[in-house]
Ligand binder design. Structure first.
Ligand code: AHR
Length: 324
């Protein structure tokens, strides 16, 4: 209990530090340096993907001469809403954010619109009216889930027996969790012997992925495949599989999404079987988009990231030059 309280207090103070850091030295009228001022609210630091995404945005801002006001929401929607309100108060030029969940953004987006500050969605979508943001820059998560399912359909095309799949979903209510599940289930519907026997959230983290997989291994003795919505949950589950005396990649095949270095290493080592790439390097495109929006230029309403897939051989080839 005490430990939980300490963690909660530390978390809240970190979030406040992040928020006050974004306002430091600000006179309420942008940076005053003539630079474009971009307020960015990040989901958190829940995965290797997220760390790479944050680095990409911070480095790209520096390279583009953009004054970036960065806030880490620690996976809490209320922190993101507070950060966006703070950006509005500071009169930044453009607000960008990667929404932790899909719902609940209408009020704050209307406040940004009333303040005449354009909003760019990066990485994840919201279910608000599209007139409340300028563009959405990021992956097609349904397509990612579909690619994972298509691989399994082809991998098990000659299987006569049922193939039992467990799914580790991302954060409840987050666009990538909803859409990857949808795309995956659409794809495997083509093969009636592929069956999802259990599906639970692992919150996109390695620790939760391990914990949920431990429970799933106890409840189901006949798991053939794990589909994890990101590498980190897959890596946590991989540990649980090993600790249960099974061989990941063989006794239980593992399919994930992201293709961050640790995931790619597991794939090259034969512990994962297939990864669908989700590209976190959105910084450059975000800075270009923010500049265009500020200059009043037209931008596409949807900018989709280009991505690939990796099997074990392709992972071995790609690893030495992988940037994240
Ligand atoms: O929104 C992108 C997803 O969020 C990534 O797949 C996952 O790793 C992250 O936490």
């Amino acid at each position: 209990m005490l430990k939980r309280l300490i963690v909660a207090v530390a978390g809240a103070s970190l979030a406040l530090t992040a928020l006050s850091a974004c306002g430091s030295g600000d006179d309420g009228s942008g940076s005053g340096s003539g630079k474009l001022v971009l307020g960015f609210s990040q989901v958190g630091a829940e995965s290797g993907w997220r760390t790479a995404n944050t680095k990409s945005i911070q480095e790209a801002a520096k390279a583009a001469g953009v004054d970036l006001k960065f806030s880490d929401a620690q996976q809490k929607q209320e922190n993101q809403i507070a950060a966006i309100r703070s950006f509005i108060k500071q009169k930044v030029d453009v607000i960008a954010f990667s929404p932790v969940v899909v719902t609940g953004w209408d009020a704050v987006l209307k406040e940004a619109k009333a303040a005449d500050i354009p909003v760019v969605l990066t990485d994840r979508a919201v279910d608000s009216d599209a007139s409340l943001y300028v563009t959405f820059l990021g992956s097609d998560f349904v397509a990612e889930g579909k690619k994972a399912g298509d691989w399994l359909v082809s991998e098990y095309k000659d299987a006569k027996e049922p193939v039992n799949i467990v799914q580790l979903e991302g954060t409840v209510g987050a666009a990538p969790a909803i859409d990857r599940k949808k795309g995956f289930e659409q794809a495997i519907a083509a093969a009636p012997n592929l069956k999802v026997i259990a599906s639970q959230s692992g919150d996109f983290t390695r620790a939760k992925g391990k914990e949920v997989m431990q429970a799933l291994l106890k409840a189901h003795k006949d798991i053939d495949v794990l589909f994890a919505h990101n590498d980190d949950m897959g890596l946590g589950a991989m540990q649980a599989i090993q600790e249960a005396g099974l061989t990941p990649g063989k006794d239980i095949k593992i399919v994930t999404v992201d293709a961050v270095k640790d995931g790619m290493q597991a794939l090259a080592d034969g512990k994962f079987n297939f990864i669908v790439e989700c590209n976190p390097l959105l910084g450059g495109q975000l800075m270009d988009t923010a500049k265009k929006v500020k200059a009043g230029e037209k931008v596409e309403k949807r900018i989709v990231t280009v991505e690939t897939v990796f099997d074990q051989a392709k992972a071995k080839e790609a690893l030495p030059t992988r940037k994240y």
